[in-house]
Design a protein around this ligand. Sequence first.
Ligand SMILES: CC(C)(COP(=O)(O)OP(=O)(O)OC[C@H]1O[C@@H](n2cnc3c(N)ncnc32)[C@H](O)[C@@H]1OP(=O)(O)O)[C@@H](O)C(=O)NCCC(=O)NCCS
Length: 151
Amino acid sequence: MSAIIAIRQGHAGDIPALVSLLAQLFAIEADFAIDPEVQARGLELLRSRADAVILVAEAQGRVVGMCTVQLTASTARGGLSAGIEDVVVDETLRGRGIGRALLAAAEAWARRRGAVRIALLADETNLLALDFYDRLGFTRTRLVWLAKALD
Ligand SMILES: CC(C)(COP(=O)(O)OP(=O)(O)OC[C@H]1O[C@@H](n2cnc3c(N)ncnc32)[C@H](O)[C@@H]1OP(=O)(O)O)[C@@H](O)C(=O)NCCC(=O)NCCS
């Protein structure tokens, strides 16, 4: 397949393909579990929010990559911060610039909304992804992600 791609906002019809991509991502992230129903619910929630976006990479009419972006207010920066999640490119099409294009679109979306920072979390064992973000200009922080389930 050609790597000629379009980056666009995700719509309801993309959800099955996005759920499959998330399964590829969560298969390598020990903190998360693959559950198509849960992932579809999360994607619908993102679609319903004005301060969030699902970005989709499409090649020859097929969804081949995705990331999501959400805005939060940062007291540290006195402005909006954009959080990127769900970054994944179909395993058959990696290394062709699709991830870079998705992250550029995420950054552009955040800038258009006035965000002063863009940030993301990565699994510390995912050295390939850490290399990828390094090339895209992200720097590591000393913060550690802590979480507690409320359901
Ligand atoms: C990480 C991922 C999204 C990168 O997408 P991609 O389309 O393969 O990356 P690109 O082809 O756009 O590469 C962009 C840059 O990162 C580098 N890069 C990409 N994959 C790399 C790898 N495996 N090792 C080292 N560098 C890598 C490329 O060399 C390129 O650098 P350059 O443009 O300066 O030459 C993709 O490999 C993926 O889906 N991985 C599995 C899911 C995952 O780990 N997601 C991140 C969760 S935090």
